[in-house]
Design a protein around this ligand. Structure first.
Ligand code: SF4
Ligand code: FES
Length: 221
């Protein structure tokens, strides 16, 4: 994965911004427009607010496009204690936690993260991450979650969550995780659809093989 990271610095904080990971959810703009303003250049001016306010705002960036380093001795970004996948209706999988993204064979960790937005419509040009292509193709899914027999809506979701975008197939999640949509389910292993075609979203049902899903098409991996 090659990411172009831009940095914006004040005396108290360094803000880093991944252009390709930003899906324009605009949390930052809504929360702190005097710092995050796409109408100005540069669009991030960390001098316009306290490091505390900027850090609080960045923690709400759902894609992980924004991160920070405090220069004033303030609290660093903590790794969330709980792993959560939130299924966005008609949109991506928002994942938070102690995350490790691996190579498609699951062998090597290529990224450690705390927040990611994962493509589940199948057409992102920045797979495995969302790039808002779901809007262009009018992807629809109501984020329904159906519990199978034996599955539980209570459990633990701590520890490391390893996410493997498998080749031409689903995301394999290994680790304790809470998956939330219309219902909540706790799993220690899950296969989540990323081709957009499963009839059992958010879970994979094998459709990717029938439709010839190519995970490398437009991928950054
Ligand atoms: S909150 Fe994150 S994803 Fe949303 S516009 Fe800001 S940088 Fe982009
Ligand atoms: S990845 Fe979509 S059905 Fe398997």
């Amino acid at each position: 994965m090659t990411e172009k990271i831009k940095t914006y610095e004040s005396d108290d904080i360094v803000v880093s911004y991944s252009v390709i990971r930003c899906i324009h959810a605009e949390e930052c703009i809504r929360r702190l427009p005097r710092v995050f303003n796409p109408k100005q250049r540069p669009w991030i001016v960390p001098q316009n607010a306290s490091a505390e306010e900027i850090a609080d705002t960045i923690l709400n960036c759902p894609s992980g496009a924004l991160h920070f380093e405090r220069k004033d001795g303030g609290v660093r970004e903590a790794v969330p204690e709980q792993n959560t996948v939130t299924i966005d209706p008609d949109g991506p999988l928002y994942v938070r936690g102690d995350l490790e993204i691996t190579t498609p064979d699951g062998e090597t960790v290529v990224m450690k993260e705390t927040r990611v937005a994962l493509c589940r419509c199948g057409v992102s040009k920045n797979k495995p991450f969302c790039d808002n292509s779901h809007q262009e193709i009018h992807f629809t899914d109501p984020a329904r979650v159906t519990l199978k027999e034996g599955w539980t809506s209570e459990g633990e979701n701590t520890g490391t969550l390893r996410i493997t975008p498998t080749e031409n197939g689903p995301f394999l999640l290994r680790g304790k995780v809470k998956i939330q949509g219309s219902q909540v389910v706790f799993r220690e292993k899950a296969w989540l659809c990323r081709c957009g075609g499963s009839q059992n979203k958010p879970f994979c049902d094998g459709t990717h093989a029938k439709i010839g899903f190519q995970s490398t098409a437009g991928s950054s991996t």
